[in-house]
Ligand binder design. Structure first.
Ligand code: SF4
Length: 256
């Protein structure tokens, strides 16, 4: 299980984002998410809900970023390609996410002009006005869509409450600014088949992608240890035919 212990993390090298400075707005002691994905590198959600979740406050986040940018040599800051909201769960669950996004953009404009601001989100909260606005301000809003049918969505992402149909409507509304990220995987979870690569499942997913018409799709495969041990890592070569189907729609696609 991989948990971030600080608010500012890295920079680290990311497969997709280059040199990435992480901003974890979520609790540093536990994962907090509206999904419980079978492949989550933070591990399964804690069943014990009696522990009160305490977000990092917007003031603490501001102070941590200020400390980082004022104490790090300029030449190191210039190497940052992305300031990335990620970390121990779903960042848009933070009640002050819009103000925090504006603050991070302001730090970027002052100290790290060439860096893009990126968020990795599971798409469950775009229905909130403030989250919709926040995602619109961000250079790279990377939005998760792992399945095209409600059943496979439930098996892969194990949502707390949100349906695929709700996510689909929000993503279509968000439209062409979206970067869609999709983990392709196969395996077994609790005796049930996990597979979003079959003809039927992939076609259903592709149909939604066509409706969203995102500016880019990222297809990726398992990289780190997963809580479900019966999952198969696809090779980059295996991702290619799926990428070609996205390309055929005239949508830019990358594989990782
Ligand atoms: S959305 Fe991300 S943080 Fe949440 S369970 Fe899935 S992989 Fe983990």
């Amino acid at each position: 299980m991989l948990l971030f212990e600080n608010i500012v993390v890295g920079p680290i090298h990311s497969r997709r984002l280059g040199t990435s400075l992480g901003v974890n707005v979520l609790p540093t002691q536990k994962k907090y998410c509206s999904f419980n994905c079978v492949y989550c590198e933070c591990g399964w959600n804690e069943i014990d809900t009696s522990v009160q979740v305490k977000f990092n406050s917007k003031e603490d986040i501001h102070n941590a970023l200020e400390k980082y940018f004022t104490s790090t040599p300029k030449q190191d800051i210039q190497k940052i390609d992305s300031i990335t909201f990620s970390g121990n769960g779903e960042p848009t669950l933070h009640p002050d996410i819009l103000e925090i996004v504006k603050d991070v953009i302001s730090f970027r404009d002052t100290y790290a002009k060439r860096a893009k601001v990126t968020i990795l989100t599971n798409s469950t909260n775009i229905v909130r006005d403030d989250v919709f606005q926040a995602l619109n301000l961000i250079d790279n809003p990377i939005l998760k869509l792992d399945a095209g049918t409600e059943e496979m969505y439930k098996r892969i992402n194990k949502p707390v409450s949100c349906t695929l149909s709700q996510i689909k409507s929000s993503l279509i509304k968000f439209g062409n600014k979206a970067i869609i990220q999709t983990m392709l995987l196969r395996g077994i979870d609790n005796g049930k088949l996990i597979d979003n690569t079959t003809e039927e499942e992939f076609s259903a997913w592709l149909k939604i992608v066509k409706e969203i018409n995102p500016r880019e799709v990222m297809l990726y495969t398992i990289d780190r240890e997963t809580p479900d041990k019966d999952l198969e890592k696809l090779s980059l070569k295996e991702l290619e035919p799926y990428a070609n189907k996205v390309k055929a729609l005239g949508i830019k696609v990358k594989t990782y």
